[in-house]
Design a protein around this ligand. Structure first.
Ligand SMILES: Cc1cc2nc3c(=O)[nH]c(=O)nc-3n(C[C@H](O)[C@H](O)[C@H](O)COP(=O)(O)OP(=O)(O)OC[C@H]3O[C@@H](n4cnc5c(N)ncnc54)[C@H](O)[C@@H]3O)c2cc1C
Length: 374
């Protein structure tokens, strides 16, 4: 742990997770209810602001500490872990590209959990290729008027602020700008939530902008800087997803080991059968190597060194490992693993999307191989 406070922060997280999340997660995931109050609790405890500096109400902790806290949250409730990662990502543009006035106006509320953020890059025809986006922001005097639709938005309809990337010129990736749009802006509407495979406690929907007028003072950075701001945020956000995936994998491993010590076949606990014990050993190795990979990338970031390629490697390794570990956890539990009496089937469903969002794992390989090619 790199700071004296870090171990206390992990203890605090475990306490909150144990009291506020563990008792609720199963019912909320079955009912598909979004736990807005949990984000407020995390914010008030200072856990949403960890990687940001004190002058903005942040915790001034290294990124690696924030990621370990995130892993603890996701080990119990993946929807809240992923939501925390998206919320922290939605603060990135404001922190790095916002003016002091913009930061003073919105960062304290976002970092304290009173306001919830969302990050709006994808469109129906522009997921892996965000430069293909069509949503437009047209300058009109002192305002911009935004028209279009953003797809797959985590926290759509629940967020107070949307960080929206929209086209301000036809210059491909250089023609995109970044805006902070309040949820109550006239002309902004939220579609029916997506009926997903997992993460039922996290709402995902399309946002439609029908001539949404916002003052030019809500643009973050200069015109045309939107895609670099969005992609720089994603480098850090991908580490968040790597930590979340590692947390879910750890949760699945814990359930599997517990079960394997209790369940008996052929007169002994199944963990005493080498064929099964080796499966558990491979699962443990996959979890530990995922954790080491995201911590390595975070430490580069904390040291101010380039980490984009390592962030993609961490996202790729952690989410692919988690997919394998959660699938194998179902196997360890046999028929019981295939029922909703145990959480491992949910972990498996939840993990699948982590190989898809914040850049699919094919796109991570693209980033890594481009880095290799120089
Ligand atoms: C639950 C959920 C939450 C999400 N939350 C958000 C959010 O909060 N904000 C946001 O902006 N977006 C969000 N997304 C969108 C997500 O980031 C996109 O779904 C993702 O980037 C992939 O885009 P796509 O679905 O359009 O797939 P496509 O881009 O159509 O890709 C389809 C397939 O083709 C592959 N592919 C595409 N291009 C290449 C290539 N060049 N080389 C090799 N393979 C390629 C992909 O890997 C994939 O397997 C979310 C998605 C989901 C499912």
């Amino acid at each position: 742990m790199p700071t004296p406070e870090a171990a206390d922060l992990i203890d605090l997280t475990r306490e909150i997770v144990g009291k506020e999340m563990r008792p609720r997660v199963d019912d909320a995931e079955r009912a598909g209810t979004f736990p807005r109050d949990v984000f407020l609790t995390l914010g008030r405890a200072g856990l949403l602001s960890l990687p940001y500096p004190e002058e903005h109400g942040g915790g001034a902790q290294p990124y690696e500490v924030y990621l370990q806290v995130l892993e603890e949250i996701a080990a119990v409730w993946a929807s809240v872990g992923a939501g925390t990662s998206v919320h922290v990502l939605s603060c990135f543009g404001l922190f790095h590209a916002g003016t002091p006035e913009q930061q003073q106006a919105w960062l304290p509320g976002l970092l304290g959990g009173e306001l919830l953020g969302a990050y709006c890059l994808s469109e129906a025809q522009a997921g892996s290729d965000p430069a293909a986006m069509r949503t437009r922001a047209v300058r009109d005097g002192g305002d911009y008027v935004i028209t279009g639709a953003k797809a797959w938005i985590t926290h759509a309809g629940e967020a107070d602020f949307y960080q929206v990337m929209a086209r301000t010129s036809d210059q491909g990736g250089k023609g995109i700008s970044c805006f902070l749009v309040p949820a109550d802006a006239p002309g902004l509407s939220v579609g029916k939530p997506e009926d997903k495979m997992g993460l039922m406690g996290s709402v995902t929907a399309t946002l439609t902008f029908d001539g949404v007028r916002i003052p030019a003072g809500r643009r973050l950075g200069r015109e045309g800087e939107g895609l670099p701001i969005a992609l720089a945020g994603l480098d850090s956000g991908r580490l968040g997803i790597a930590a979340v995936a590692t947390g879910v994998a750890q949760g699945a491993l814990d359930v599997a080991v517990r079960y394997a010590k209790e369940r008996e076949t052929f007169g002994k606990p199944i963990i005493a059968h080498q064929g099964l014990a080796f499966l558990l050993a491979d699962m443990a190795a996959a979890v530990e190597s995922a954790r080491a990979t995201y911590l390595h990338a975070a430490r580069l970031k904390d040291a101010g060194r380039p980490f984009s390629q390592q962030a993609s490697i961490a996202k790729l390794i952690a989410t692919d490992n988690a997919m394998r570990v959660t699938t194998d956890a179902v196997q360890v539990l046999g028929g019981a693993g295939y029922t909703k009496d145990f959480p491992v089937e949910r972990y498996m469903r939840e993990t699948k999307v982590m190989q898809i969002f914040e850049g699919t794992n094919q796109i991570q390989r693209l980033v890594i191989s481009r880095g290799l090619a120089g």
